[in-house]
Design a protein around this ligand. Sequence first.
Ligand code: 5RP
Length: 230
Amino acid sequence: MDSRNHVENKEELKKAAALASVKYIRDGMTLGLGTGSTAYYLIQEVGAMVRAGRTLQAAVTSEATEKLAVSLGIPIIRPEAGIKVDLAIDGVDEIDDSFCAVKGGGGALLREKVVARRAEQVIWIMDESKLVKRLGTFPFPAEVLPFGSAWAAEAVKGLGGTAACRQRDGRPFVTDNGNWILDISFSEIIDFLTAAKAVRGIPGVLETGLFDKFCDRIIVGTKEGVRERR
Ligand code: 5RP
């Protein structure tokens, strides 16, 4: 298979899922805008809707999303304002049949979780490669306080995992909140859900990328067309 073709197809599947999600957007809604390459297509579309005169505003889940949304003219609201989010739409890194998912590949998991929890409805958009039988193939991210993060990594070992501090340009990757990310792998014999939940209890771990049944609907771009499930 031509690998370039494959990558292009994957982008098309992400875009198809994102475009299918906008039919759930109603005038006057406050949206939660996700982060990542699939959310990118959604944000472009929301920008086009705003420019066409639709009344929408958005809470954003990362600085990258905020920058893009602002550049497209989408009005931004601050979560501090306490406004409810009508509909959050975001991508995922992997998701199983019961809508339990791992997110945070882009490092925005903490704000993504804050926004999704506040949302009345949550839709996840993805290409079909994100559907898995069993979670744990994607490195499991946890946002940690830099202070004591090596101790947190050590504590992960006690749970049967290994943790690597995510790097960018040879330095720890710094989240929008000024923290670091541990990317965790668990041995296959460990129950992923139990171990992932236990990570949240390690001192210094601020949040994990485990989003257990957060969404109401998934929209998946597949080679056979867009599929939805709720
Ligand atoms: C960022 C995320 C993203 O939603 C997730 O990584 C999916 O990204 P992409 O759409 O680029 O595959 O959780 O923190």
